[in-house]
Design a protein around this ligand. Structure first.
Ligand code: GLP
Length: 262
């Protein structure tokens, strides 16, 4: 894993956006895996800025989102489809038909999840998967105890996740109990994963994911098995990492990262 600790979330978000920017310019039909939550929003803003000011072209990019709430129609204010439209897709030139999310209203969950996986394979697989992390270590909506080999499927949300996400709803009771999510096995097949985490509230989950054992009890720890995972942290999220100074030194000495604007 490559651990990148920057003084604040803005700098970390901009660096992550530059990784994606370079990848799109190198491969215009890049397949992006996308995430929701507050964490990737500043990174999406920087991608929008790069589109507007620096000609970053999304016209051939295709995207697959990690997850969607079960039972929410796409136009529900808290649906992840709505979130992605508002935070990114409406502001760049990606055709909406190239953007995919699981359908939370599907009548046949198993068939829909299998078709979602088949669509990812047909697109050539995910080149870069963007990830946030839940305070319990979840990635996508793979809650603790998710199989590390899991595929796209229905998951029941933990009470902690429903409480964490209740800020997007009027009240806790409105947060769905279920979701459809790519599995950990699906995520591990992407060619690169970029995990963003900011704030002290993520520091325990991050310490477990990076320095703990690989365990289904911290689903993000499965990324230790991925050959190209880059973790973008602010100081607060990195606060409980034992090897902090080593990660800083590796980053500062890396010829690869020196070519980026930070
Ligand atoms: C949700 C999403 C996750 C996301 C997590 C963290 O549960 N399904 O993909 O990583 O929230 O959200 P936030 O970035 O708002 O802390």
């Amino acid at each position: 894993m490559e651990i990148i600790i920057l003084p604040d979330s803005q700098k970390a978000s901009r660096l992550c956006a530059e990784v994606i920017d370079r990848a799109i310019r190198a491969k215009p039909d890049l397949v992006l895996g996308l995430a929701t939550g507050s964490t990737p929003v500043p990174m999406y803003r920087d991608l929008i800025r790069r589109h507007r000011e620096e000609g970053l072209d999304f016209s051939k990019v295709r995207s697959f989102n990690l997850d969607e709430y079960l039972g929410l129609p796409p136009d529900h204010p808290a649906s992840y489809r709505r979130f992605m439209d508002e935070q990114l897709f409406d502001h760049i030139n990606i055709p909406k038909s190239s953007t995919r999310l699981p359908d939370g209203m599907t009548k046949d969950i198993a068939a829909h999840c299998a078709a979602y996986e088949a669509e990812i394979r047909a697109a050539g697989g995910i080149d870069i998967q963007v990830l946030g992390i839940g305070s319990d270590g979840h990635i996508g909506f793979n809650e603790p105890s998710s199989s590390l080999a899991s595929r796209t499927r229905m998951q029941t949300l933990t009470l902690q996740t429903r409480q964490d996400n209740s800020r997007f709803f009027d009240k806790l009771e409105d947060v769905p109990f279920g979701c459809l999510t790519m599995g950990i096995g699906t995520i591990l097949e992407s060619r690169m994963t970029v995990l963003l985490a900011f704030g002290e509230g993520k520091s325990d989950a991050i310490a477990g994911a990076i320095e703990g054992p690989v365990t289904a009890m911290n689903p993000a720890s499965a990324l230790q098995l991925h050959p190209d995972t880059r973790v973008f942290l602010d100081e607060a999220a990195a606060g409980k990492l034992k090897l902090r100074s080593y990660y800083r030194e590796s980053f500062e000495r890396s010829p690869y990262w020196q070519s980026f604007k930070i």
